[in-house]
Design a protein around this ligand. Structure first.
Ligand code: ATP
Ligand code: MG
Length: 349
């Protein structure tokens, strides 16, 4: 152990999603970050199913292509596990346990609700808050070691070192800390964050910047793509492109978009009800929506009026500088980079 902590090496954040590989590298500091490299590389159908990597070779080569395209020279990577492979839970434990006792206690508690033998599980935990002087809230995340190994292997196939394997919800929380809605939030505000992607929604509830709840739900923009495909006789690819570019007949805005905004609001409402039912909370102070779906015009006002909670769109890259080779699009589409950004932020630990 030296007197001076060695600087954390730069890691590139890699998010393997159901439809693409997203990659981002940051420099600078929390005064202002700069995007050094960026790429989104599409994946073929079924390379990733239910958030689990099904085709290791295909994903590995997609990461390699993304690195080439981004011109990224960094060799250390941070990636994440997520979806149903990860179980997170806040445990309430005695506050005076030392690290070893805490670990033992977390394992005892975890064994009660993890449906796998403990020796097949990778586990991580940290104290997220005190309850009076006697008790502490401990956030625990557990995942099958097999899922962690798969993520490590795709990263290594791309020629990188898998330095950090994080949990998606934790990465989201880290990226959320950059958002104005959270920076300005009073200490005690409760924020519900919803990352709505192509096939899944990740919900994270934060209080004082700390996670108090997470949940995964299979809802995403795929439903909108299906409607557009059927209505206008397009292929899935064409529909996806048309939605992203906004290049759609007028009837989209009048007939399809309102229904989809409504279903987003209904899903968010339901997820909030689950949270309330299982916690001491009965309301949240603000809602942040991110993920590709958050680009749907007028989404924030629709959610806000349906749920009755102020709602914002979260783009963690909005205020960042960018290197010359990084396209402006990277910033415009930053709302879909929450997880990748949260992973890249591990460079500054
Ligand atoms: N302007 C837009 N309006 C509505 N939906 C949009 C818009 N732009 C993109 N989307 C949708 O966002 C989705 C992609 O979002 P995102 O990139 O966050 O998903 P992902 O991270 O790849 O998927 P997942 O997290 O589910 O694995 C697609 O379904 C796409 O149709
Ligand atoms: Mg996603």
């Amino acid at each position: 152990m030296g007197l001076f902590k060695s600087k954390t090496p730069t890691v590139i954040g890699i998010d393997v999603t159901s439809t693409s590989v997203k990659l981002i590298e940051l420099s600078g500091s929390d005064r202002r970050y700069k995007i050094e490299s960026w790429a989104v590389e599409p994946l073929p159908d079924d390379a990733v199913r239910d958030k689990q990597i099904a085709d290791v070779q295909t994903v590995g080569s997609a990461i390699r292509r993304a690195l080439d395209r981004a011109g990224c020279k960094v060799k250390q990577a941070a990636a994440a596990v997520g979806g149903s492979a990860v179980i997170t839970k806040v445990l309430t434990l005695p506050a005076d346990l030392n690290e070893d006792d805490l670990e033992g206690q977390v394992q005892v508690e975890a064994a009660q609700f993890i449906p796998y033998p403990l020796d097949e599980i990778s586990m991580d935990f940290h104290v997220v808050g005190q309850r009076g002087t006697e008790l502490a809230d401990v956030l625990m995340a557990a995942c099958r070691t097999e899922s962690v190994d798969t993520v490590v292997s795709v990263v290594e196939l791309a020629g990188l070192n898998a330095r950090i394997i994080d949990v998606e919800a934790f990465a989201m929380a880290r990226a959320a800390a950059l958002l104005p809605a959270l920076r300005q939030a009073g200490a005690d505000l409760v924020t519900a964050l919803f990352d709505i992607g192509s096939t899944s929604t990740t919900m994270v509830v934060l209080r004082e910047g700390r996670i108090i709840y997470t949940r995964e739900h299979s809802f995403g923009g795929r439903g909108l793509v299906d409607s557009v495909q059927q209505r206008y006789g397009l292929s899935a690819k064409e529909a996806e492109l048309a939605i992203r570019s906004g290049d759609l007949p007028e009837s989209f805005a009048d007939e399809i978009a309102p229904d989809f905004r409504n279903s987003v609001a209904v899903q968010i409402g339901r997820l909030l009800q689950y949270f309330y039912a299982g916690s001491e909370f009965s309301r949240v102070d603000q809602i942040i929506v991110s993920g590709g779906v958050s680009a749907l015009p007028e989404l924030a006002p629709a959610v806000s009026s349906e749920i009755g909670v102020p709602t914002f769109i979260g783009n963690p890259l909005a205020d960042m500088a960018r290197a010359g080779r990084v396209p402006a699009r990277a910033i415009d589409e930053g709302h879909s980079m929450m997880i990748a950004c949260g992973l890249a932020l591990r460079s500054f630990d």
